[in-house]
Design a binder for this molecule. Structure first.
Ligand code: NI
Length: 158
């Protein structure tokens, strides 16, 4: 595994839509492993492939319980709403209140191409939404309701 460089604000790639993954091969597995290592090294709770410069629909999320690898993820159900602090590893100095669904169901494929669904609530729902937005070139800064100083802990960055 190897850490990768994180693309930062201002880089146009963050605004691009990522392409579907069709090949579930060694190259994908290396990318997933590198993305997880990069996320953990930065104390993030999620990372999308575009944030390491790869325009593929690949996301990793870990809010503290387990690592989720989501390939070609889609939100198929959402309910409720929550407003809370959010950040992004690509925007290390920005933080703000963002409203997201309280609960989402995501359909995705695993690293071998098998389809599965996963439910997330609260922080996990927020992380899924934030990362899936990245795959469509949508950034949390578009959604921030009122900006506030970044917390000392980077734990909420993703
Ligand atoms: Ni982000």
């Amino acid at each position: 595994m190897a850490k990768r460089n994180i693309v930062l604000r201002g880089d146009e790639i963050l605004r691009k839509s990522s392409r579907e993954v069709t090949e579930f091969n060694e190259k994908l597995w290396v990318l997933l492993d590198d993305m997880a290592e990069t996320m953990y090294a930065q104390d993030g709770v999620g990372l999308a492939a575009v944030q390491v410069g790869i325009l593929r629909r690949v996301v990793v999320v870990d809010t503290g319980e387990q690592l989720y690898e989501l390939i070609n993820p889609e939100i198929i159900e959402e309910s409720g709403s929550q407003t809370g602090g959010e950040g992004c590893l690509s925007f290390p100095d920005e933080y703000g209140q963002v409203t997201r669904p309280m609960k989402v169901t995501v359909r995705a494929q695993d690293r071998n191409g098998r389809e599965f669904t996963v439910e997330g609530e609260e922080l996990l729902a927020r992380a899924f939404c934030h990362e899936i937005d990245h795959l469509n070139g949508r950034l949390f800064v578009d959604l921030v309701e009122d900006e506030e100083p970044a917390p000392r802990s980077r734990r909420k960055h993703r």
